[in-house]
Design a binder for this molecule. Structure first.
Ligand code: HEC
Length: 174
């Protein structure tokens, strides 16, 4: 088996797992294949990527785990999109940047997260992430994400947006 075949095999298995999960989710939701629009189907596929790649830490409902340093997305994460550095942070944060999702998939999952968990905090002129934007920012890893997150929280609170708690109880909390 060539390396290319093995990689293709891996991608195939991941897509297949996502498809199985998607069917299961649809079955639970009582949706037949016939009545979902293609936009709704795409949204379900993106949600399946979130469930497989992100929800282990962020939980299916986005609440995270403050005790473990995983911030709550709900009514919070959208505010980052108000600052250029915050918009970029959502791509470069390790859990997103280092996930197995490709750039187009990550763009779609970030857009889904923002609209699902924090639409009220998004700026009125919010432009959805694109594959190109993710591709440009993603390789620039942070050396240390903690001060970046605290700096953005301070800048946003000066604008009246209070982010979900982060690094609760840690000695790295400012
Ligand atoms: C292993 C656990 C883990 C996984 C898996 C994970 N994350 Fe995270 N995520 C974190 C932690 C911890 C933070 C807080 C920043 C930090 O310390 O890295 C975070 C922060 C974030 C933030 C910024 C939220 C904020 O309020 O600062 C976004 C957006 C995000 N993650 C997206 C994702 C996406 C999208 C995925 C799936 C592709 C994902 N994460 C997978 C642990 C994870």
């Amino acid at each position: 088996m060539t390396r290319g075949m093995r990689l293709a095999g891996k991608g195939w298995r991941r897509r297949w797992a996502a498809a199985i999960l998607l069917c299961a989710t649809r079955a639970v939701a009582g949706e037949g294949a016939a009545d979902g629009s293609s936009a709704a189907q795409l949204r379900q596929a993106v949600r399946a990527d979130y469930v497989l790649q992100c929800a282990g830490c962020h939980r299916v409902d986005g609440r995270g785990s403050s005790r473990h340093g995983i911030p709550d997305f709900r009514d919070s994460v959208g505010a980052f999109a108000r600052l250029p550095a915050g918009r970029e942070y959502l791509i470069r944060v390790p859990g997103a940047a280092q996930s197995q999702l490709d750039n187009a998939e990550l763009a779609a999952v970030l857009n889904w997260v923002l609209e699902e968990f924090s639409p009220a905090q998004l700026p009125a002129d919010f432009r959805p992430y694109t594959e190109q934007e993710v591709e440009a920012a993603r390789p620039r890893r942070y050396e240390d994400v903690v001060p970046v997150r605290h700096g953005l929280a301070k800048a946003l609170s000066d604008q009246g947006f209070n982010l979900a708690d982060y690094s609760y109880g840690s000695d790295r909390k400012p």
